[in-house]
Design a protein around this ligand. Structure first.
Ligand code: B1M
Length: 208
């Protein structure tokens, strides 16, 4: 079965069509992991690329992510049954003292859209909580979001805590006041300016 119409349905955020085509792909005996990798993920990539070029905005991403979520709800039990897990896991959260979560949620959605495992710790997350979650989920990446200049120091504290804990987990950072220069200053492993680029960054770090 050609998965291009499913990819297009995700990119357009057409939930009903995406659900129908996901079921049709299963009826056609396609493997759930192939439906995810070759049907759903490319749809989110299309939206992500448009977002980077300012051709799509937050609402379009939210709508596409919702369509992806509904298709994933059909596929997830089958993936679990088959013992298939995402290749990489990211722990994500907004740093201590900071309650902004709209950007962080977008990043989490794009990571899920790329079929990465996501442990979302929410907002106001202490360095210790990031480290504990990274250990318990055996995470490959810790992704930190901050929207306040006053909470950016918590990013540094988390980078230091990860090093002190001897974690091999990569720490990446983002959020409106965060820059590549700040990333270099605090010794984080990477910075991304937007949600779609966060996926590219994780995949680049994992490939290295
Ligand atoms: Co607040 N707020 N806010 N706020 N708020 C800002 C951030 C502010 C710039 C407004 C201003 O003064 N012009 C200012 C910060 C100034 C500064 O420090 N530089 C500010 C302030 C001061 C405050 C309070 C202190 C206000 C007060 O109480 N006096 C207070 C702090 C509360 C707290 O956190 N402790 C506060 C509260 C709030 C609300 C609760 C009312 C609400 C948050 C609701 C929520 O998130 N659930 C809120 C909002 C909505 C904003 C603005 C208006 C919008 C933020 C937003 O969601 N942007 C914001 C002003 C503005 O930006 N215009 C402002 C949309 C979002 C999609 O963008 O989060 O940047 P963003 O995410 C992007 C990228 O940055 C990137 O990807 C996303 C998508 O591309 N990204 C990552 C984000 N995280 C990433 C992580 C990564 C990678 C990329 O990991 C690797």
């Amino acid at each position: 079965m050609d998965l291009k119409p499913l990819t297009d349905a995700i990119a357009k955020g057409n939930r009903a069509e995406a659900t129908k085509l996901t079921k049709a792909a299963l009826d056609a005996k396609m493997l759930p992991q192939d439906i995810v990798e070759k049907g759903l993920v490319p749809g989110m990539s299309i939206v992500g690329e448009k977002f980077k070029r300012n051709e799509a905005f937050v609402p379009e991403m939210l709508i596409a992510a919702r369509a992806m979520k509904e298709s994933m709800a059909i596929l997830e039990p089958l993936l679990v049954k088959a013992g298939i897990k995402p290749k990489y896991t990211c722990v994500i959260g907004t740093v201590q003292g900071d309650l902004h979560d709209i950007g962080k949620n977008l990043v989490a959605m794009m990571l899920k859209g790329a079929n990465l495992g996501v442990v979302d710790l929410g907002t106001n997350v202490s360095p210790q909580k990031f480290i504990e979650a990274a250990k318990s989920s055996n995470a490959d990446v810790i992704a930190l979001s901050a929207l306040l200049t006053t909470t950016m120091p918590s990013m540094k504290q988390t980078v230091v805590a990860a090093k002190e804990a001897g974690l091999k987990t990569k720490v990446i950072i983002g959020g409106a006041p965060v820059t590549q220069q700040f990333c270099d200053e605090i010794g984080a492993d990477g910075y991304s300016p937007d949600a779609a680029s966060a996926v590219d960054l994780v995949l680049k770090l994992m490939a290295a």
